[in-house]
Design a protein around this ligand. Structure first.
Ligand code: BGC
Length: 738
């Protein structure tokens, strides 16, 4: 059996770089041509082409192409030398090159120019927003659209027209190392947030790429794991968010590295053609995940994998000519793929452009303010006993800040989503800036627990900053030497071994929290962190995620009450890890069942430590007067649900109203409830608002594998509405489908 080497683009590059630096990488660097501007090609084509017009032009262009030119459209333009010189550029000159592919000057076909994400644009300098998981916790679609808008503008300013940063893999288990790149565990919420990002980005004629299609949610095994899934789980749990992206006209899809039912996702005809093209009518183009996402040219072509990224390894004349000659693939298939790529590029460069994109847009003041707003709206207050928070700046003479993470980069991993902001406001800096001399800030990195205790003891209040960093979780970057045991290899990121804090942080909290009762524990990380063992020792816990370049300021504003926290968990934090599905980082094959997250705990009747959708505020919200506009509906109807939400406290706050549908009357196996609507609203003290949400009956369908069709059950459904998925706090009504 072929042994696949776990190695990433970056790792290969690092190895090659060392050699090339010795052999003259600097010379290579100076010879790298700047990326061509795809939009400069607009002048060759009529304005605002429709899809059909772009398609007709593409058919004609394909007919004029040589075989090599066709392959030029179907492959990334990098060579291994480009990767090396690109890395010289990254590591020595801190310049991140844009990857341009598929330019054809003879036929006036623009390239696509790729940049990564999702926490911002991955170029030399850009705004680092909070990670996608944090943005999922805002539950704010308009805000995510504005993030997409800023990313779209920054991409254009950097010369990119293809944004590979819409990660919408479902968080099946929070130990997944790349959890930070996605929006959460629920397909509905994930799809809606992903679509907001796509819409924001694409309005700037930047093609968004939704990834990694599909079932990619174990990092350390991503190049080899074979995910088995039954048809209902695939359709109802793992694909709906990709379907939403396609319905929103996403320009591109990136396939995953892993296998699905025995076949690599990049060779998987069922996923790439039967479902994506034939059922969902996807018009854009598919690219492979980089380097290991395509392993066999003919298999890729037969599956419908349009573009091999980032370089030509398998879509080569040497590999494809024999396959053409033997009839394994046909030239019509190739023509079809080229046509899809070309028409999408033409569509995007000829669309009307909302503005000019000057360099100053990158990490502009306005975008930094947006990053701050997102961080403030994403932090989740998990515990606040006796209204301990907010602290009053006037009430304290000294504040201890404890933990190594308070004084370090907290923006997320260093894999492909690594965004480079011009500066980062650390948690410590944010608190110091807030104090501005009005109280003393005493910092202790927490490495010596005795000394941390002494610091905690002498301050009026203590902010702990604990959790994870790029070494611990994220895209897995490893030396990948097959001869060396995994535990002895250099590497960083990857999946988490468990969902607890790391042992030192746990000891630090357990030993030092008791010496000062006035404490807030701030958690840094890309997904669920279990709080058992120490949560009883502190009055307040705040989940800050990886809060982006302005994180420290957001933290201070929340802790001191200038901002009322409004984040809600986009995932379930269990009482015990055993309550979640089986997860293993190094694994060859795994079965993904129908239940995970809140659907699993609901089914097993297990209470989580913190439920999906949960988050406290400094004020309280009351729900009343749940009304449905109809009690009986037909299969194609939409039903409207309204509820009154009142801010009963003294502080303005934002509340996310969540709508779940209950399926207890079903005669088939179904979840207890599913999220089918949400809306974030700002309410002044004592203000009441009526929130109205639609229920589209079609969205309640289940996938019947026998009929290979979505079917709506004719029965009574429950409507559950409230501020989290916690059953006892939800208002309930019902309606029937005839
Ligand atoms: C990652 C993708 C990323 C690509 C290019 C791959 O290793 O899995 O998410 O877009 O690299 O950076």
């Amino acid at each position: 059996m072929k042994k696949f080497i776990k190695i990433t683009f970056i790792t290969i590059g690092v190895a090659i770089l060392v050699v090339l630096l010795l052999a003259g990488g600097l010379i290579l660097y100076t010879s790298v041509a700047p990326s061509p501007d795809p939009h400069s090609y607009a002048e060759y084509w009529p304005d605002r082409l429709t899809l059909q017009e772009a398609d007709e032009i593409s058919v004609d262009l394909v007919s004029q192409m040589t075989f090599e030119e066709k392959l030029g459209q179907m492959t990334g333009d990098m060579s291994f030398l480009d990767i090396a010189s690109g890395l010289t550029s990254v590591l020595v000159f801190e310049k991140i090159p844009i990857v341009a592919s598929g330019e054809n000057e003879r036929l006036n076909i623009p390239p696509f120019t790729f940049t990564d994400g999702p926490r911002g644009v991955v170029v030399t300098e850009a705004t680092a927003f909070p990670v996608a998981m944090a943005r999922g916790a805002t539950w704010d679609r308009d805000l995510e659209f504005r993030v997409g808008d800023a990313i779209g503008k920054e991409a254009r300013a950097a010369g990119a027209n293809y944004f590979g940063g819409v990660c919408i893999n479902l968080l099946r288990h929070p130990a997944w190392g790349r959890a930070q790149e996605t929006f959460g565990e629920d397909p509905w919420h994930l799809g809606k947030m992903g679509v907001s990002l796509i819409n924001g980005v694409q309005q700037h004629n930047v093609m968004a790429c939704a990834k990694h299609y599909a079932l990619n949610s174990i990092e350390e095994s991503r190049f080899k794991v074979d995910v088995t899934v039954d048809e209902r789980a695939l359709r109802e749990v793992y694909l709906p968010h990709f379907k939403m992206a396609v319905d929103a006209d996403v320009a591109s899809i990136m396939s995953a590295y892993n296998k699905v039912r025995g076949e690599f996702a990049g060779h998987n005809r069922y996923l790439l053609t039967d479902i994506l093209r034939n059922e969902w009518n996807f018009n854009g183009f598919v690219t492979s995940d980089w380097l290991f996402g395509l392993r066999d040219g003919a298999k890729g072509i037969n599956a419908g994998m349009d573009v091999e990224m980032p370089l030509q390894e398998h879509y080569t004349p040497e590999e494809l000519h024999p396959a053409l000659e033997s009839g394994e693939i046909s030239i019509d298939q190739i023509d079809e793929m080229v046509r899809r790529v070309v028409r999408t590029k033409l569509l995007y460069i000829t669309n009307s452009d909302p503005q000019e994109y000057a360099d100053e847009i990158l990490a502009s003041e306005e975008h930094q303010q947006l990053a701050l707003e997102v961080a403030e709206k994403s932090m989740v207050l998990l515990k606040n006993e006796d209204d301990f928070l907010p602290l009053s700046a006037r009430g304290i003479g000294s504040l201890a800040v404890i933990g190594e993470l308070a004084d370090s980069d907290h923006t997320g991993d260093r894999g492909s989503s690594g965004t480079h902001p011009p500066h980062i406001i650390t948690m410590l800096e944010g608190l110091q800036e807030y104090s501005n001399g009005s109280f003393e800030v005493i910092y202790n990195d927490g490495s010596d627990i005795e000394s941390a205790k002494q610091t905690a003891e002498r301050a009026d209040a203590v902010v702990y900053v604990v959790g994870y960093k790029s070494e611990d979780e994220g895209e897995y970057i490893t030396s990948g030497d097959p001869e060396v045991a995994p535990e002895n290899q250099w590497g960083e990121g990857g999946d988490r071994p468990d969902l607890f804090l790391k042992p030192h942080d746990r000891d630090l909290l357990i030993e030092s929290l008791p010496v000062n009762q006035n404490s807030v524990v701030t958690l840094i990380g890309g997904s669920a962190i279990m709080t058992n063992n120490w949560d009883q020792l502190t009055p307040s816990i705040l989940m800050a995620w990886y809060p982006g370049m302005m994180g420290g300021r957001a933290l201070a504003n929340i802790i001191f009450g200038d901002v009322n926290p409004s984040g809600k968990l986009p995932l379930t934090i269990p009482e015990e890890e055993d309550h979640l599905p089986f997860f293993q980082a190094d694994i060859d094959s795994i079965y993904y069942g129908y239940y995970h997250g809140y659907t699993l705990l609901d089914k097993e009747n297990i209470e989580p430590a913190y439920p999906f959708g949960f988050g406290l505020s400094y004020t309280n919200f009351e729900y009343s007067n749940l009304q449905l506009d109809k009690k009986q509906v037909e299969e194609n109807d939409t039903l409207w649900v309204s509820v009154d939400v009142t801010n009963t406290g003294d502080m303005t706050g934002e509340e996310t109203v969540q709508l779940y549908i209950g399926f207890e009357n079903s005669t088939i196996e179904r979840p207890v409830k599913l999220l089918r609507g949400f809306e974030k609203e700002r309410l002044n003290p004592r203000q009441s608002k009526t929130i109205t949400l639609p229920i589209v009956v079609e969205d309640l369908a289940w996938y019947n594998p026998e009929n290979r069709a979505w079917e709506v059950e004719k029965m009574q459904y429950s409507v559950l509405i409230g501020g989290s998925s916690q059953p006892e706090k939800l208002l309930r009504s019902d309606f029937g489908i005839r």
